[in-house]
Design a protein around this ligand. Structure first.
Ligand code: NI
Length: 485
């Protein structure tokens, strides 16, 4: 998922050619700062800071776009980063001769390299023109939003491995430079050129974070390192990039950052326990043992309102669990498919909402197993959790169903009070590690969800599925759970 913002590059080109002569008062430069906001993704806005504008008589221009996110520590760092660039700009405007034919252009834009629940990564590009010379730089900002930490390149590798990865990068960079050195030269001249370059190269590639502050990666884990113009070679060779494939560096990477770079962890052997135990593994980066989580659960669907609810969950980047009825699932297969495809969990809520406590073994078997089969036929995945209707169960239900029983710790009584404001207020009181009960067969409940999600997220809670809520723990068949303990 890459969102490139090239908006300001064009402005930079336009103004680079400006050729008017202003009055000769170099210290009288007015700086009109203008800030603008624009939505980039659901969770990230583009903030723009502009000094000078097209059509104004100011010939020195500063345009910076940077990210505004949910995380104040990220915003603070991005603001400071822009501020330091603005300070450089202001310094530069003091020095420029008012009769200079062209002004100063400072342009910064950014793109999202990658984002998930643990990491948020930006690649920032700056084009700086001081009238006669021009510089192009990249910077990478990787935020560990879970631990509120800015990650630098050397953090990705254990100390002894950082040197090793730098050696690999150096070897590749040297090869790139030698290839770039003019082919028309004699072997002897090429050698001389390289030798002249060695000192710059060594300084520019030595193992420190300043030299490796610009990198990006793709979904397949190909890692790209950017070297600025003049950093590792004379300027006429321009900027250089080195790309490493996962097998060239993944062994050196800290396990903690495998997920950042899309490197699959080496397969671990899981202890095989008795078949009655459901092994629950984390489904993505959220570890609810580390961060506050709340599980939203919706019973009795799918219904006509479920697609609307799925839209809301998607817009708000929240996951939920749907305890569906087999009877309804069979009729609304598309909705079941969509629930599954969008990363939500599907649990078993019986075939047609009978009180399981009042049924015989074969009655219970029909209610549970036929429901599981319908869902498996539609999604390919068989539900591993049960919520008995009315939260009603006995030993026969437990031993027949052979599934963990998932209840709740907060019931907003949304079936009784069909008022979205009331439901929103009650559900917003969800506690960390908790399981919220709701019903996606009521329009008032679905209408309450944007507010509920907003309020819970404002408290810093992650909205997760039941499997995610219990990540790292085991859910045992026949056991009853109403929160993560
Ligand atoms: Ni129910």
């Amino acid at each position: 998922m890459r969102n490139t913002l090239l908006i300001f590059s064009f402005l930079a080109i336009t103004f680079g050619c400006k050729n008017t002569v202003e009055n000769n008062a170099p210290d009288e430069i007015t700086l009109t700062e203008h800030v603008d906001l624009q939505q980039l993704t659901d969770s990230i806005q583009i903030k723009k800071l502009q000094v000078g504008s097209e059509g104004s008589k100011e010939k020195n221009l500063f345009h910076a776009s940077f990210a505004k996110t949910f995380y104040s520590f990220v915003n603070e760092n991005e603001e400071n980063f822009v501020q330091s660039y603005l300070n450089e700009f202001k310094e530069a405007t003091k020095d420029i001769n008012a009769n200079a034919p062209s002004g100063i252009d400072f342009v910064q834009h950014f793109e999202i390299i990658d984002k998930n629940t643990r990491f948020l990564s930006f690649l920032i590009e700056r084009n700086t023109s001081l009238g006669n010379n021009y510089n192009h730089q990249y910077f990478t900002h990787v935020y560990d939003v879970k631990n509120e930490k800015l990650i630098v390149f050397s953090d990705l590798f254990p100390r002894e491995n950082f040197k090793k990865i730098v050696n690999t990068i150096q070897a590749k960079a040297e090869k790139n430079i030698k290839e770039k050195i003019s082919q028309n030269l004699t072997e002897k001249d090429k050698k001389v050129m390289w030798e002249n370059n060695i000192e710059t190269f060594q300084q520019g590639t030595v193992a420190n974070d300043e030299n490796y502050n610009a990198f990006s990666w793709d979904e397949s884990g190909n890692l790209k390192i950017y070297f600025n113009k003049y950093q590792i070679s004379s300027g006429d060779l321009g900027a250089l990039e080195v790309t490493l494939s996962p097998d060239e560096y993944s062994d050196l990477l800290s396990p903690d950052y495998q997920s950042l770079l899309h490197i699959q962890p080496k397969k671990e052997e899981y202890e095989t326990e008795q078949t009655t135990i459901t092994q629950v593994l984390p489904t993505d980066d959220i570890d609810c043992g580390e961060v506050p989580c709340v599980a939203l659960t919706f019973d009795d669907g799918p219904s006509n309102y479920t697609p609307q609810l799925l839209d809301i969950l998607k817009e708000n980047e929240a996951k939920a669990t749907f305890f569906v009825l087999g009877k309804s699932a069979k009729i609304q297969q598309n909705t079941i498919q969509r629930i599954h495809a969008e990363g939500h969990q599907i649990g078993n809520h019986s075939w047609d909402h009978k009180d399981l406590k009042k049924l015989s073994r074969s009655g219970i078997e029909h209610q549970i197993f036929d429901t599981n089969k319908v869902i498996k036929d539609i999604t390919g995945v068989e539900p591993t959790i049960l919520r008995p209707p009315y939260g009603s169960y006995n030993d026969l239900v437990k031993s027949t169903a052979k599934l963990p029983i998932i209840l709740w710790d907060l019931d907003p009584l949304d079936w009784k009070d069909r008022n979205s404001k009331t439901v929103a207020e009650r559900m917003s009181k969800g506690k960390p590690n908790g399981i919220l009960l709701a019903h996606d067969i009521h329009k008032s409940t679905v209408d309450a969800m944007p507010t509920v999600i907003k309020n819970l997220k404002a408290k810093g809670y992650h909205l997760v599925t039941i499997d995610q809520l219990f990540s790292g723990k085991t859910l045992k068949s026949g056991q009853v759970y109403n929160q993560r303990k």
